[in-house]
Design a protein around this ligand. Structure first.
Ligand code: GLP
Length: 239
């Protein structure tokens, strides 16, 4: 696990964008995209490079990490809508190659299996961008998730629902989700985790210095051959 210490959140985004840009410029790339506040400086920097430096995503494919169960793709708070708003609609990534689990599928178990197989069929993810929850989750793999898990239906932790309630003004935060498993995420050829702020410091400490444990799902990255963790001073403050 390589740890990169940055001076600011913007610098975190720049460093993560450097890694993604390097892979995208090599040729057709399969990107793994995360939602949440953490990668937003990365996406903003990639959008800037697309507009000003001709960085193109026209040959790329992207898979998202997770999706709320029960929300149709066009729901404002679905992760499909979110990733379009925050990244995909501002670059030239072909929308038919932006793939998310379908949160409103009639058979969620079958949808999870289909999604996992689609990632494998695409040749796997080349660069997976990740944030980390304050409880150490990645994707929606909450504490106690199996380190070998595949894409599946999960129940959201109370703390995660509370953290995400700000996006649901009616208070109706979904209880279930579909998420890539820790085993799925581990198969990405390169994993890039970005974290900012002191609220993430204790989860970052457990991920980097703690034992590999399902109690801190992000600690699975200690087993990854190429994992880069990019931190601002707040997120690194307990290392
Ligand atoms: C969310 C997402 C994760 C994200 C994490 C942290 O619930 N499912 O992919 O990394 O929680 O979110 P944020 O970056 O907004 O702090």
């Amino acid at each position: 696990m390589q740890i990169v210490l940055c001076e600011s959140a913007d610098q975190v985004g720049d460093r993560a964008a450097d890694i993604i840009e390097a892979r995208v410029r090599q040729g057709p790339a399969v990107l793994g995209l995360a939602t949440g506040g953490s990668p937003s400086s990365t996406y903003q920097e990639l959008i800037r490079r697309h507009r000003e430096e001709r960085l193109t995503f026209s040959q790329a494919t992207a898979f998202t990490l997770d999706e709320y169960a029960g929300l149709p793709p066009d729901h404002q708070q679905s992760y499909y809508s979110t990733i379009r708003r925050e990244f995909a609609d501002h670059v030239d990534l072909p929308l038919d190659r932006l793939v998310t689990p379908q949160g409103d599928a009639a058979d969620l178990v079958a949808e999870a299996e289909r999604y996992d197989s689609a990632i494998v069929a695409a040749g796997g993810v080349d660069v997976q961008i990740l944030g980390i929850g304050a409880n150490g989750h990645i994707g929606f793999n909450e504490p106690t998730s199996s380190l070998a898990s595949r894409t599946r239906v999960k129940t959201l932790a109370g703390a995660t629902r509370a953290a995400n309630a700000r996006f649901f003004p009616d208070g109706d935060v979904p209880r279930l989700c579909l998420t890539q498993g820790l085993g799925t995420i581990r198969e990405a050829k390169l994993a890039v985790l970005v974290a900012m702020g002191e609220t993430k410091a204790s989860a970052v400490q457990a991920m980097v210095e703690g034992p590999v444990s399902a109690h801190c799902p992000a600690s699975v990255l200690q087993l990854h051959r190429r994992a880069v963790v990019i931190l601002d001073p707040g997120a690194a403050s307990q290392l």
